[in-house]
Design a protein around this ligand. Structure first.
Ligand SMILES: N[C@@H](CCC(=O)N[C@@H](CS)C(=O)NCC(=O)O)C(=O)O
Length: 206
């Protein structure tokens, strides 16, 4: 049997989509949560000096989206054909652009830096949200399955739903204008395998 080990900080962050892919596929993995104090020792042993890192029978793979794609392909959550797979990648890349825009706010709200949270919400989060969430809402309406691409849940659904969950915990009215997006998050997290995982996973603020 393949031994999978997923190393990340004791947070959901960039580790959670990979963990959820294991849960969705009912595949055992070692959930290695590296405490901050141990990170300086582990950092030089990782491929690019960052986490998450996935080890597959001792071979290391870095970069979160490479990890998600690898696992999703293996477990059947990367689209039914090359076209769906490319659509999933496109949504993930668009999500990454949006997420980069949110970064100055996230740094402050997560306690990694100082700044005016309210001002950053108005100046950074709202304009980024108003570009991205209407695209997602439109896609969900047009696609009609309740998932972003095709008829089945894929890794980008997990990725997006995790983000919405986190931002709703920061700002409960964050997505009020986009009920389709909130319904998507609820639908994804209600998938029985994910619901079970979410109930038992270690708690963290994001
Ligand atoms: N592009 C990388 C970014 C990875 C990244 O920024 N990891 C952060 C945690 S979210 C990290 O390892 N920070 C510790 C450090 O850089 O020393 C990915 O998607 O995996």
């Amino acid at each position: 049997m393949v031994h999978y080990k997923l190393s990340y900080f004791p947070l959901r962050g960039l580790g959670e989509t990979a963990r959820q892919l294991f849960a969705l596929a009912n595949v055992d993995f070692e959930d290695d949560r590296v405490p901050r104090e141990q990170w300086p020792d582990f950092k030089p042993k990782t491929p690019f000096g960052q986490m998450p890192v996935l080890e597959v029978d001792g071979k290391a793979l870095a970069q979160s989206r490479a990890i998600y794609r690898y696992l999703a392909k293996k477990f059947g959550f990367a689209g039914k054909d090359d076209w769906e797979s490319a659509q999933i990648d496109a949504w993930a890349d668009q999500f990454a652009d949006y997420n980069n825009e949110l970064r100055p706010y996230f740094v402050v709200v997560a306690g990694f830096g100082q700044g005016d949270k309210e001002k950053l919400y108005a100046d950074v989060v709202e304009p980024a949200r108003e570009k991205f969430l209407p695209l997602v809402a439109k896609q969900l309406k047009e696609n009609g399955s309740g998932f972003l691409v095709g008829s089945k849940v894929s890794w980008v659904d997990l990725h997006l739903a995790g983000h919405i969950e986190t931002f709703l915990s920061f700002v409960p009215h964050f997505a009020d204008k986009y009920p389709e997006v909130v319904a998507h998050q609820k639908k994804v997290h209600a998938i029985p395998e994910l619901k079970k995982w979410i109930e038992k996973r270690p708690q963290s603020p994001f």
